[in-house]
Design a protein around this ligand. Structure first.
Ligand SMILES: Cc1cc2nc3c(=O)[nH]c(=O)nc-3n(C[C@H](O)[C@H](O)[C@H](O)COP(=O)(O)OP(=O)(O)OC[C@H]3O[C@@H](n4cnc5c(N)ncnc54)[C@H](O)[C@@H]3O)c2cc1C
Length: 449
């Protein structure tokens, strides 16, 4: 039974969902507040990139765009740690298996591929510069900022962390949500290419300059530059208000990096400082009329590189529930939330924990000892143990399962380090067997139907 869907927001979640629904025969109209990024240079001069991992790759395979996406990604095989005072960077590989790689991808280029694929279905219309102002759920009307009003049958809120569709659900009492703000913020900067156009750092690694309370990270772009992000306490950003202060801060903390960015102070003072928060919502749908997906339903901090991956995994899950319950839309929306909610809550927690690991753990001897033990035990018992990072990034195991397995593993590592006489192999083999970790190894498992 084909229906007519309105999707608000043409980010990764909205564009991907549009493709899934159109492929099942539904008619889709996407409303996006921004101009068409394929025709306008929205982020002029700046390439913002994201880490794409297995949970995002699987839907891209599903909808047939993986080859196009592959052509614009840069594989990253591990973390390159730039410790204070150490002239040599140290590569910590993500794993020993060939699929244990994450991929740097430009947000706008990825979105452009998804938008093209959506339009290519012939069933998706995308209306740009249409900012939703409010949803009238009683009369099934979308009200736009320019005064325009459109009727809808089913509306999907893919309008990001500040979702207005979610606000409409909340006003109806169908949804409750809470945002927990971190007292840390972020700022994006650009490390330009070297004079000969090449990357100044190894492009096949995610670079981290851990400094305890704050950190800098860098992901390569195909053009030779790196998108660099400073994560730090908001009070640190508030205190760096002049070019002299910018130069002094970077000279003290990231001297080698600073030498390669001639306009660093200018970038720092011009580029916005962004807040970081976790938005948890309960009640993602209203009857058979409205449903939330992606950051609109679950926004997390970016320290596990999973927000977009989780958003696309949710879009896939929603499409599957809609497909398998064609005559019970309201039930499909509920079952989708029941499936996803515990998992997105789990990744929200793990993303927060990963901040401490990235800015401090990666140079902490205790962390390094546990990581070495984890990798060694994984070699010995690959059926029973996989590091948490790898279960999150390189598998489609439900996040909540990855979290609980990781908790059990962490206890074993801590106990084994405290008491080397313990039978650590026995403890590991007593853990339940792992499911197939690499979903790409079994392509038949990929179809949603
Ligand atoms: C610094 C940073 C780094 C990150 N790094 C990673 C990473 O490495 N890997 C990863 O997986 N995730 C990462 N994320 C998270 C990721 O960006 C988001 O989780 C993901 O983009 C969410 O996709 P979405 O489609 O749900 O929302 P969005 O991408 O936010 O899309 C929402 C869309 O809705 C539109 N919209 C909003 N309001 C309206 C309205 N009223 N009317 C019409 N349209 C509207 C917006 O213009 C936008 O196009 C990062 C986030 C940040 C902040």
């Amino acid at each position: 039974m084909s229906s007519s869907f309105a999707i608000v927001g043409a980010g990764q979640a909205g564009a991907l969902l549009a493709i899934y629904l159109a492929r099942e025969g539904h008619k889709v109209t996407v409303y996006e507040s921004r101009p068409d990024l394929r025709r306008t240079d929205i982020d002029a001069g700046r390439s913002i990139n994201l880490a794409l991992a297995t949970r995002g790759i699987v839907p891209l395979i599903d909808v047939g765009v993986i080859d196009d996406v592959d052509a614009i990604t840069i594989p990253m095989r591990g973390r390159m740690i730039h410790a204070t005072g150490d002239p040599e960077a140290d590569l910590q590989p993500y794993g020993s298996k060939s699929h244990e790689v994450i991929h740097s991808v430009s947000r706008s280029d990825l979105n452009a591929i998804l938008l093209d694929a959506a339009e290519a279905t012939g069933r998706v219309t995308i209306e740009f510069e249409r900012e939703l102002e409010a949803v009238d759920l009683d009369q099934s009307l979308l009200r736009f900022s320019n005064g325009h009003v459109e009727p809808f049958d089913i509306v999907c809120g893919a309008d990001g962390a500040g979702s207005r569709v979610r606000a409409a659900l909340a006003a109806k009492g169908a949804c409750t949500f809470e945002t927990e703000w971190l007292d840390h913020s972020y700022k994006e900067l650009t490390l330009p290419p070297a004079d000969d156009g090449t990357h100044r750092l190894d492009p096949n690694a995610l670079h981290i300059w851990p400094r305890g309370e704050f950190m800098l990270i860098a992901l390569a772009n195909p053009e030779g530059d790196f998108t660099v992000t400073l994560f730090a306490p908001t009070s640190t950003f508030d205190s760096i208000t002049t070019a002299e202060k910018v130069d002094a801060f970077f000279a003290a903390e990231f001297n080698r990096f600073a030498r390669d960015v001639p306009d660093l102070a200018d970038q720092f003072l011009t580029n916005p400082t962004g807040p970081l928060g976790t938005m948890r919502a309960a009640g993602w749908s209203y009857e058979d009329k409205a449903v939330l997906v992606g950051d609109a339903a679950h926004a997390i901090v970016p320290f596990h590189g999973q927000g977009m991956n989780a958003a696309m995994e949710s879009a896939r899950s929603l499409a599957r529930h809609v497909l398998t319950s064609p005559t019970d839309r309201a039930g499909a929306f509920k079952r989708y939330e029941v499936e996803r909610k515990p998992n997105v809550d789990a990744i929200a927690d793990m993303a927060l924990e990963n901040y401490v690991e990235m800015r401090a753990g990666v140079i902490d001897p205790d962390y390094l000892a546990k990581r070495a033990l984890a990798l060694e035990l994984e070699q010995r018992h690959p059926q029973h143990l996989s590091p948490r990072y790898n279960m999150v990034m390189f598998s489609t195991m439900p996040y909540a399962e990855a979290q609980s397995r990781a908790e059990a593993q962490a206890k074993i590592f801590a106990d084994a380090i405290a008491d080397p006489s313990l039978d650590v192999d026995g403890m590991v083999t007593a853990l339940p067997q792992l499911p197939l970790l690499d979903p790409l190894a079994d392509p038949t498992a990929l179809s949603i139907s």
